[in-house]
Every structure is written in structure tokens, then in C-alpha cells.
Design a protein around this ligand. Structure first.
Ligand SMILES: *[C@@H]1O[C@H](CO)[C@@H](O)[C@H](O)[C@H]1NC(C)=O
Ligand SMILES: *[C@@H]1O[C@H](CO)[C@@H](O)[C@H](O)[C@H]1NC(C)=O
Ligand SMILES: *[C@@H]1O[C@H](CO)[C@@H](O)[C@H](O)[C@H]1NC(C)=O
Ligand SMILES: *[C@@H]1O[C@H](CO)[C@@H](O)[C@H](O)[C@H]1NC(C)=O
Ligand SMILES: *[C@@H]1O[C@H](CO)[C@@H](O)[C@H](O)[C@H]1NC(C)=O
Ligand SMILES: *[C@@H]1O[C@H](CO)[C@@H](O)[C@H](O)[C@H]1NC(C)=O
Ligand SMILES: *[C@@H]1O[C@H](CO)[C@@H](O)[C@H](O)[C@H]1NC(C)=O
Ligand SMILES: *[C@@H]1O[C@H](CO)[C@@H](O)[C@H](O)[C@H]1NC(C)=O
Ligand SMILES: *[C@@H]1O[C@H](CO)[C@@H](O)[C@H](O)[C@H]1NC(C)=O
Ligand SMILES: *[C@@H]1O[C@H](CO)[C@@H](O)[C@H](O)[C@H]1NC(C)=O
Ligand SMILES: *[C@@H]1O[C@H](CO)[C@@H](O)[C@H](O)[C@H]1NC(C)=O
Ligand SMILES: *[C@@H]1O[C@H](CO)[C@@H](O)[C@H](O)[C@H]1NC(C)=O
Length: 804
């Protein structure tokens, strides 16, 4: 009898929730059942859908909306000073935060671990024990290439991709998850699956390169490695279903990587066909099991992605049946008002994003979703769409086992920076390095060489990409220190003559004399130059001069300041010269390709990058990285990705050039330039040689048949090495224009000198499909050519006929 007065009192709040009668719970004590039984949503053995269905109607509209707005631990903790270690929290701040923004909570702060664990525990315990329903929050941080509260820093994503080693990337992601999980985190904002087809864009270093297939494979490896496993105290695979231990967050969904003019956030222009064939495949491959997805800031075909019903509802939810949490990016809902100009009120923005996107709102803006309860009451927003969004969040939490394991682990220190993690890190550093050019086998250098000049602004510097914490570089080893450590262990008497030569950010040549002197005094000169990025604090601090990273876009991709002149001065000494680019994107320097004896590309490395570089240069490790992105001749020749459409480039082109002596040679493609990249996607040399034989594919298949590409690869040199077998496909005649070629499979093999291996790489019939004129996927009968090689080399070729 007491129920009815309460019902009348609370009716207003709960009016629009849909109750399943008879009600199993009291409205004032909604986290328990009237008959004393444990509510289904708290039963780990119940199915996830049953738990969701049980919990949703117990929630008020305010609780639902709080579930889909991102909170922030700065609501109850002092998060401004990374060095502060006082274990105090703000009670009223905590209560206010949890009442309005508590489904997910931003915890991407650098903080002493003890305080971090205290902060998370206070917040989570409050939710579990002091709120009616006891719904835990997902605590979130960054982890593109390492957990950003002083976790291990791995190479930047573009470097991870250069390894062409998904198994190794899975191990990397597994370590990122392990370091974060112990501290109580359950969501990491990675991987980034935007493609690097617009190289001026600052965020190229965050991607896995220019290719949809490679991006999808590396993305899947990251998602699997990060998520697989169960949190402690969580039973996986019982009647409650499969569990994951960490939510990955595929981003930025979608088409974010090709902003016009290369400017961050700028509109992306494209068609439905571009969407289907360029931007969506990597997400479809990598993210269907990812427990979260983050939307993109930009507009696509004039529709802001945050409110793009076609992409976020029709494709993601309906076609792909994606059941999990989708969140907007920081501040991106407000951009409908301030940037895209498709709304003029917060109400409009909240409604547009919620109803079209079925996604939550991240912080960093004005929290437009706080208008939703009133909009529901006024009848302007449909509560069932809030329900769908909340359900997606709850599915993610139940799949994480968060209700059973919401807290940090007391032994978290034992899972950070373990010896095994260091081994994975070092292997990834080694496999990420790409040998671009090696004239007359300058490399590897003999360990008995008497002296080496180590020159350039990257030689004594730790250059991580963006998305690392302030002071992260203190955990890294510089190339100079890496050389010293390597040489001290290999009982070598090699002398290192170091000279910085110039800065990364200035035209000052006053250090050239010293650099030239170092080169002259040495047997070989190594000049390390490139771009530079900064940590998440300094990157956003005015006056720090970064040239790559988020919101740091370039109009020219050649070396900045005095760097090329420094290389010219060193080359002019006549000493054999190795140039090492340490960068977050391709550097366009034809002069260096022409005049350096050897060139190495090291995309921003991780903590052991300086050591791995020494191992490669002195031949302790054989290079095996491949380019995940093509290197154009100049910014004016971009875009220059390998998988261009047929007809995009004359075959062969008629290039012109400006000779060193100033003479101009005129051509047509281009008048004074060359559209063929300096180095193309998939390129990367080894200290050994490989040969391919016995390529076999079926002569003929049906339109629904998968098939294997089988080939034998042999290490024909005298040292062990790893090779990436790459399979490219071309549709020789098709109803619409298709790419000249595209990567459809690859496998990295480790071969001892003289050894061979026969590899079978499966190609799915869906990989032969094109998005046809009826806006459907179709495999068209006809001849397809299969190539083993890199994008600009052919090692073996065969045709396969698809029969009608
Ligand atoms: C869930 O199932 C396991 C194994 O059958 C059992 O041990 C456990 O007690 C069950 N838990 C609940 C809350 O029913
Ligand atoms: C960063 O490193 C410097 C130099 O070691 C140190 O003085 C400073 O306290 C550090 N700051 C943080 C936030 O770790
Ligand atoms: C605690 O949080 C409340 C509510 O956000 C805020 O008004 C107050 O200033 C905070 N107190 C301190 C000491 O930060
Ligand atoms: C949670 O509730 C308990 C019991 O009422 C109370 O002692 C405790 O202070 C509350 N915790 C917070 C953080 O409000
Ligand atoms: C990060 O961790 C390392 C290794 O445990 C430690 O030496 C260093 O002081 C920490 N740095 C920061 C900024 O917390
Ligand atoms: C696991 O559950 C037990 C029993 O509830 C609890 O004592 C322990 O702290 C939990 N461990 C973790 C890591 O949550
Ligand atoms: C609210 O949305 C649901 C689900 O899309 C739909 O079935 C229902 O008709 C909508 N209600 C109104 C009033 O538009
Ligand atoms: C050099 O030797 C020391 C001591 O044995 C070891 O800790 C370190 O890992 C070695 N470094 C390299 C680059 O082999
Ligand atoms: C940035 O560049 C300016 C101008 O070249 C220079 O004065 C300044 O020292 C540089 N800042 C840093 C942090 O290197
Ligand atoms: C300039 O260099 C080009 C290419 O080496 C050569 O063909 C040409 O004769 C040179 N011109 C002069 C004036 O030296
Ligand atoms: C490809 O080869 C693998 C074994 O190497 C085999 O399991 C698979 O079934 C083959 N696929 C096709 C389509 O023949
Ligand atoms: C593949 O077919 C095309 C078109 O018929 C032909 O030009 C080409 O030589 C064939 N390639 C091979 C390797 O058989």
C-alpha cells in the first residue's frame, strides 16, 4: 500500500519510462526487488539483453541522461597539478558530477598512481554504494601508442603500422590494456582508423597509413589485443556470455582523415562510393566487436558527422547491427552551433546528435545534453532514442563485467613496465624502422668502424608523436644514448662524434661548422632530421613550434628551417652519409634521395627507439619495416597514395625537373616535377634478399568464392631476415572506375638465411567487390590480376577469372 503514494510523488519524474508490469522493484529502492531477490541486472549469469531490459525501466530520465554525458574526475579531485598527491576529494563536487554526468568519466590525467587509484575508487564506490541503482562508470583514458598516465610509450601508430605485424601490434595493445586496467580504467580512446591520404593534416602520425586494408587489419589487431580477456572476478563465457576486459574506441567515425586543404576539422568532400570503399571498410573490419566507437568532428558531403543519420544509424546500427556505445568527440556537439552552423541553440544540437547519432556527449563543450530531460518533458525529443543510447552504453558495461569488477586492483604496480613489456616494445621498435635506400650496401655499419658522426637535431632528442603525457620523453632513450649503450655492449672501440648542427625550428646555421667538422673527423656521417610533435601539454602550449600533431597542419612537407642545408653541408664533405628521418609523416626531399648514400625512416618511435636504431644501423637487427604511406616528391604532387583510381596518373608520366645547377628541364606531368612518389607504399629494404616462386591462384572461381594466393618466399642472402609478403589485386575491367591496385593480403615471415616458406594468404570474395551503380556491393565476372610485390614492384603475377 505504501507504493501508491510514492508512485504519485515520483510519477512526474518517471512518467515517460516504460514499465514492465507487474513492477518488480520499489520506486524508492530501485536497485533491489520487492520480493528480496537479486535484480536480473545484478546477476552476472543473466544474458546481457536481459540485464539491459531489467535495468533500463528502473532509471529516471535524469539518470538515463546522466548515463550518456561524460563526467570528469576533476569534479571531485584536483586534477590540474600532475605532481599534487593529496588524497582528498570534494564531496559536493562528487555528488553534483554523479547526478548529471556519470555513465563514463574522463580520467585521462597524469597523476601519481596512488592518487589516481584513490580518485577512481572514491567515484566508483559512490556510484556502486551511494546511488539507487549502483551503476558503475567506465573510466576513460588515452592509449594510441601507450597508456597516457606514465605507461609504456610505444612507437606512434604510423610506426606501429610500418611493422606490418598485426600479431605484434596485438601484444602492444594487450600491454596498454594491462597497464590501464590495474589502475581501474575500462575504456581507451583508440585505435585511430582515419587514413593518411591528406598528408598536410597534422594527425597523420595517429593513423595506420594510407591504405584501407592495412588500416583494418592493424585496427582489428589493436582492438583484439586491447579487449580480449576478462577483468578479475569476472567469469567469461558462462551463461552470461563472452566478456572483454577493456573497451577500445574506434575513431574517428568516419571519413575524418581527408579534410579539405589538410586543415584539422575541415569538411571532407566525398561520395557514397568513397564512403563505402575508402572510409568504412577499416571500421567494418576492426570495430564490430569494439565496445565503443567515437564519431568524427568534420562534416562529410555537407552533413556534420555527429548528426549523420545515414552513417551513424542506417549503416552502423541497422546494417552492421552495432550494439555498443558510441560517443562524440570532445566538444563536438557544440560545433553544430559554432562551426558547422546547422543549429543555433543547444537544444537543437543535443536533439540532432542524440536522434541521428544514438550517441553520448563527451565533455569539452557546454553539455548540451543537459537540455534533454526538459526536451523530453516538452515532447521535442523522443525518449525511446535516449533509451536506445543508454542500452548501448549498458551493453558495453555488462560486456566488460563492470558491475562485478568496478575497482582498481591493489597490485596495479606489478603490471606496469614489466620485463616482458620491454621485450615487446623493443621488438616493435625494431620492426617499425624502414630502410628506404642503401646504396652500395653502406649499411649495416661494421661494429669495428673507428668513428661515426652523429649529427642533426633529432640525434640527441626523444621525439614521440602526440598523445603522450607531459615528460613522457624522459622515459625514452635518445639515438645518441642508444648508440652509446649499443656500442658499449658490443665491445667496440667506435668513437661517436656528436654535433647537433641546427635546431628543428630555426634557420640558424651557426652549428654547421661543428657538424661538418664531426663528419670530416669520422668514417661515416649519420644525419638525423625530421618533423617534431609534442606531448599533450606542450602541443597545445603557444610558442612550442611543433610541426606535426593534432591541430598542427602543414602547407609544405619538406624539411623546416636549416635541416636540408645541414644535410647538404655534410654530404659535401664527401663522407658516406646516412640520413635518418624521424617524423610523423612523409618528408618530401628528392634532393636527399638523390644524394644521400642511405636513408632510414623512423616514424616517431617509442621509449627504446634510440636503441633500436643503433641495432639496425650496426646490423644487430635486420630491418623489416615497410612504408604504410607513400612519400611524395613534394606537397604539390599530393595526394599521392598508391591505390589511386585508374586514369589518375599518366603511365608513364613526363616529369620535368630543376637540376642542381639551376637548369630547368620542362615536362608535362609535372612541368617541373614528378608525380611518381620518392618511395611508394609497401617499400622497405632488408640486409638480405628474398626471392619468390611458385605463385599459384585458382584459374577460375565463382562470384562467391574465397581463394588462396600461395607463394614460396626464400631468403636468398646470408643473414636471417623478415619479409612482408604483400598481395595486390587489380580488377582489369569493371563497370565503374576502380583503383589501379589495392592491397588485399599480407603476411610477415621470419626466414633464416637460405630458408624458405610457402605461405597461403586467403582473399575473400567480398574483397573483389565494388560498390556498383545500384549502390550495392557486387563481384563482377571477369579477370582480376594478382601481384606479389610492393605497390611499385612486381615479384610475381597471375590472373584469376571470376566466372559468371
Ligand atoms: C553464476 O554461475 C556460477 C556458475 O554456475 C555460480 O557459481 C554462481 O554462483 C552464479 N552466480 C549468481 C549470482 O547466480
Ligand atoms: C617534468 O620533469 C622535470 C624535469 O625532470 C621535473 O622538474 C618536473 O617536475 C616534471 N613535471 C611533471 C609534471 O612530471
Ligand atoms: C566542490 O565542488 C563544488 C561543486 O562543483 C564547487 O562549487 C566547490 O567550489 C568545490 N570545492 C572546492 C574546494 O573545490
Ligand atoms: C556513502 O554512503 C555512506 C553510508 O550512508 C556514507 O557513510 C558515505 O559517506 C557515503 N559516501 C560518499 C562518498 O558520499
Ligand atoms: C614514470 O614511471 C617511471 C618508471 O616507473 C618513473 O621513473 C618516472 O618517475 C615516472 N614519471 C612520471 C612523470 O611520473
Ligand atoms: C573479487 O571479489 C572478492 C569477493 O567479492 C573481493 O574480495 C575481491 O576484492 C575482488 N577482487 C577484485 C580484483 O575485484
Ligand atoms: C520514437 O522513436 C521510436 C523508435 O525510433 C519510434 O518507434 C516512435 O514512433 C517514436 N515516437 C515518436 C512520437 O516519434
Ligand atoms: C647492455 O648490457 C647491460 C648489462 O648486461 C644490459 O642490461 C643491457 O640491456 C645491454 N644493452 C644492450 C643494448 O644490449
Ligand atoms: C620557437 O621558435 C621561436 C622562433 O624561431 C624561438 O624563438 C623559440 O625559442 C622556439 N621555441 C622553442 C620551445 O623551441
Ligand atoms: C646542368 O645539369 C644537367 C644534369 O646534370 C646537365 O644536363 C646540364 O648540362 C647542366 N647544365 C649546365 C649549364 O651545366
Ligand atoms: C586457404 O588455405 C588455408 C590453409 O592454408 C585453408 O585453411 C583455407 O581453407 C584455404 N581457403 C580456401 C578458400 O581455399
Ligand atoms: C592477365 O590478363 C591480362 C588481360 O587478359 C593480360 O594482359 C595479362 O598478360 C595477364 N597476366 C598474366 C600474368 O597472365
Amino acid at each position: 500500500m505504501l507504493r501508491y503514494p510514492f508512485l504519485l510523488l515520483i510519477h512526474g519524474v518517471l512518467a515517460s519510462s516504460s514499465f514492465v508490469e507487474p513492477r518488480k522493484f520499489s520506486l524508492v529502492s530501485r536497485g533491489t526487488n520487492l520480493d528480496g531477490s537479486v535484480p536480473t541486472y545484478k546477476n552476472p549469469n543473466a544474458s546481457i539483453e536481459d540485464r539491459v531490459t531489467d535495468l533500463l525501466p528502473r532509471m529516471t530520465v535524469e539518470e538515463k541522461v546522466a548515463q550518456i554525458i561524460q563526467g570528469d574526475i576533476d569534479g571531485w579531485m584536483n586534477a590540474n597539478n600532475p605532481l599534487d598527491n593529496t588524497l582528498v576529494f570534494n564531496q559536493s563536487g562528487l555528488e553534483a558530477m554523479m547526478a548529471s554526468k556519470s555513465g563514463s568519466i574522463w580520467a585521462g590525467y597524469q597523476m601519481p598512481y596512488k592518487k589516481f587509484v584513490f580518485a577512481l575508487t572514491v567515484g566508483q564506490r559512490y556510484l556502486m554504494e551511494n546511488t539507487s541503482l549502483g551503476i558503475p562508470a567506465m573510466f576513460q583514458s588515452e592509449g594510441l601508442h601507450g597508456f597516457t598516465n606514465n605507461g609504456t610509450t610505444f612507437p606512434s601508430p604510423i610506426g606501429l603500422a610500418a611493422s606490418f605485424n598485426p600479431t605484434l601490434l596485438s601484444s602492444v595493445a594487450n600491454i596498454i590494456a594491462t597497464e590501464a586496467e590495474g589502475l581501474g580504467l575500462s575504456q581507451i580512446f583508440a585505435p585511430v582508423l582515419d587514413m593518411s591520404r591528406e598528408l598536410r593534416w597534422g594527425r597523420v602520425e595517429e593513423n595506420y597509413g594510407e591504405d584501407p586494408f592495412l588500416t583494418g587489419e592493424m585496427g582489428l589487431a589493436y582492438v583484439t589485443g586491447l579487449q580480449n580477456g576478462a577483468r578479475r572476478n569476472v567469469t567469461s563465457g558462462g551463461s552470461g556470455g563472452i566478456r572483454k576486459r577493456m573497451a577500445s574506441t574506434c575513431k574517428h567515425f568516419t571519413a575524418y582523415g581527408s579534410p579539405i586543404n589538410g586543415l584539422n576539422l575541415a569538411p571532407v568532400v566525398g561520395s557514397e562510393r568513397d564512403l563505402r570503399t575508402i572510409y568504412l571498410p577499416a571500421f567494418q573490419r576492426a570495430c564490430l566487436e569494439s565496445l565503443a566507437i567515437m564519431t568524427a568532428y568534420a562534416s562529410y558531403d555537407s552533413v556534420p558527422m555527429v548528426a549523420n543519420k545515414h552513417v551513424l544509424t542506417d549503416i552502423l546500427r541497422d546494417e552492421w547491427q552495432y550494439p555498443y556505445w558510441v560517443t562524440t568527440d570532445a566538444g563536438s556537439v557544440d560545433l553544430l552551433i559554432t562551426f558547422h552552423k546547422t543549429c543555433d541553440t543547444r537544444e537543437c544540437a543535443a536533439k540532432a546528435v542524440l536522434e541521428n547519432g544514438l550517441s553520448g556527449e563527451m565533455g569539452g563543450g557546454s553539455y548540451t545534453y543537459l537540455t534533454l530531460p526538459d526536451q523530453v518533458a516538452a515532447g521535442t525529443v523522443n525518449e525511446s532514442l535516449i533509451d536506445e543510447t543508454v542500452k548501448a552504453m549498458l551493453r558495453t558495461k555488462f560486456t566488460l563485467g563492470l558491475f562485478e569488477s568496478p575497482y582498481p586492483y591493489s597490485d596495479y604496480l606489478s603490471t606496469i613496465r614489466t620485463p616482458q613489456s620491454r621485450e615487446v616494445l623493443l621488438q616493435m621498435e625494431e620492426e617499425a624502422i624502414i630502410l628506404l635506400q642503401n646504396n652500395n650496401n653502406l649499411l649495416p655499419l661494421s661494429r669495428d668502424i673507428s668513428s661515426v658522426a652523429l649529427i642533426g637535431p633529432q640525434a640527441n632528442r626523444v621525439s614521440f608523436g602526440d598523445y603522450v603525457f607531459f615528460n613522457a620523453s624522459l622515459n625514452g632513450i635518445t639515438p645518441l644514448a642508444g648508440f652509446q649503450e649499443f656500442l658499449s655492449n658490443s665491445s667496440s672501440s667506435t668513437k661517436i662524434n656528436f654535433a647537433q648542427g641546427c635546431e628543428l625550428w630555426s634557420n640558424d646555421q651557426s652549428g654547421f661548422d661543428e657538424a661538418v667538422g664531426a663528419a670530416q673527423a669520422s668514417d661515416v656521417a649519420i644525419v638525423m632530421v625530421g618533423t617534431w610533435s609534442l606531448d599533450q601539454t606542450l602541443l597545445w602550449t603557444p610558442g612550442t613550434n611543433a610541426t606535426t600533431g593534432e591541430h598542427v597542419d602543414l602547407s609544405d612537407l619538406s624539411l623546416v628551417g636549416a635541416q636540408r642545408a645541414l644535410i647538404q653541408a655534410v654530404v659535401n664533405t664527401g663522407k658516406p652519409t646516412l640520413v635518418v628521418f624521424v617524423s610523423g609523416k612523409p618528408v618530401t626531399e628528392p634532393w636527399i634521395k638523390e644524394h644521400a648514400n642511405a636513408v632510414i625512416q623512423q616514424f616517431y618511435p617509442g621509449e627504446l627507439g634510440g636503441l633500436a636504431l643503433a641495432e639496425i644501423i650496426f646490423g644487430a637487427v635486420n630491418p623489416s619495416g615497410k612504408l604504410p604511406v607513400s612519400f611524395p616528391q613534394s606537397v604539390g604532387t599530393t595526394p599521392d597514395f598508391y591505390n589511386m583510381l585508374n586514369g589518375a596518373r599518366p603511365q608513364p608520366p613526363d616529369p620535368g625537373t630543376v637540376f642542381d645547377n639551376g637548369t630547368l628541364k620542362f615536362g608535362h606531368e609535372y612541368v617541373l616535377g614528378d608525380p611518381v612518389p620518392l618511395w611508394s607504399f609497401g617499400h622497405g629494404l632488408s640486409y638480405t634478399t628474398f626471392s619468390y616462386s611458385g605463385l599459384s591462384v585458382p584459374r577460375s572461381i565463382g562470384t562467391n568464392d574465397n581463394f588462396n594466393v600461395t607463394v614460396t618466399v626464400r631468403n636468398t642472402g646470408s643473414i636471417d631476415g623478415k619479409e612482408v609478403v604483400q598481395v595486390y589485386l587489380s580488377d582489369l575491367v569493371s563497370s565503374i572506375v576502380t583503383p589501379v591496385q589495392r592491397l588485399v593480403g599480407f603476411q610477415k615471415v621470419d626466414l633464416a638465411a637460405g630458408a624458405s616458406e610457402t605461405v597461403s594468404i586467403e582473399v575473400l570474395s567480398s574483397q573483389l567487390a565494388l560498390w556498383n551503380l545500384n549502390n550495392e556491393w557486387a563481384v563482377e565476372p571477369g579477370v582480376f590480376s594478382i601481384k606479389i610485390g610492393s605497390s611499385d614492384q612486381v615479384f610475381a603475377q597471375a590472373n584469376i577469372t571470376v566466372a559468371a
